[in-house]
Design a protein around this ligand. Structure first.
Ligand code: ATP
Length: 247
């Protein structure tokens, strides 16, 4: 069947021993779309991302990539089915170069079902160079990862994901701790990823959100509150009351 990268979330919820952190939440992110999740602290954004990648089991509802259900599968299975998540905490090998880090990540893809054909494809040099370009690190390719700035480290993390060709990319506050210049470069990277991947990001920096988001979904107290383009969201009285006006 044709690959379909839509992310379909249908009425999911999670109950942590009596506390309903997310309830009856639905959203559809179309293939190639860049969606930002907004919500005050405790709104349930991280818990939702955790459910998508299998880190937290949902207690209600279902999640699909296209027609393929991924609800409550183990994280490694969901990863193999095409969901990549970038956390804020780096996982790069500091004593390897940028290029070596990317090569290692590319080989992860085949560590279980390796055969020569796919291995060759995975460490294809074009893909490596293309990824270096995309994450803005071509000139730093032979630098040790341990010598990168905070922003550069975050881009390398993104590269480690992208080189595996995920259908869905989940980003946890991708600009946290970045300088204005790094934030700007990150918006270019995310805009380059659009179309090729379906992306969901939790992000608070509204200037950055304006640069990257196709659409925004707002959560409030574990529930769906609103969805739309940034202009609609900023005009929404419900959103102002629940979130934008509160901070
Ligand atoms: P933030 O912007 O602060 O990260 P968030 O929107 O990501 O907020 P979550 O981290 O998803 O919110 O938390 C939603 C609610 O669920 C919070 O009240 C949190 O305390 C609670 N919660 C999260 N994980 C657990 C857990 N493992 N056990 C119990 N409660 C939890």
């Amino acid at each position: 069947t044709e690959s379909n990268y839509d992310l379909v979330i249908d009425g999911v919820g999670v109950n942590f021993s009596g506390f309903q952190a997310v309830s009856n939440f639905s959203m559809v992110v179309k293939q190639g779309e860049m969606r930002v999740l907004l919500g005050a602290n405790g709104a349930g954004k991280t818990t939702l991302m955790d459910m998508i990648c299998g880190k937290t089991e949902s207690t209600e509802g279902r999640i699909f990539i296209g027609d393929t259900e991924i609800t409550n599968k183990p994280p490694h299975t969901i990863a193999r089915m095409g969901v990549g998540r970038k956390f804020q905490i780096p996982s790069v090998f500091k004593k390897l170069t940028v290029r070596q880090n990317l090569s290692v990540a590319a080989m992860k893809n085949t560590s279980v079902f390796a055969n020569l054909g796919s291995l060759k494809r995975c460490i294809h040099l074009d893909k490596l160079e293309e990824t270096l370009e995309l994450i803005n690190l071509t000139r730093r390719a032979d630098e040790l990862a341990g010598n990168l700035s905070h922003g550069e480290t975050q881009w390398l993390e993104l590269g480690l994901l992208v080189i595996l060709n995920p259908k869905i990319i989940l980003l946890d506050e991708p600009t946290a701790g970045m300088t204005a210049d790094e934030t700007l470069k990150t918006s270019r990277i995310v805009n380059d990823l659009k179309g090729r991947h379906t992306i969901v990001a939790v992000e608070h920096d509204m200037a950055f959100v304006r640069e990257i988001a196709d659409k925004i979904t707002v959560m409030h107290q574990g529930k769906f509150l609103a969805e739309g383009r940034i202009g609609d969201i900023e005009k929404s009285q419900a959103v102002k009351d629940a979130y934008l006006g509160s901070g």
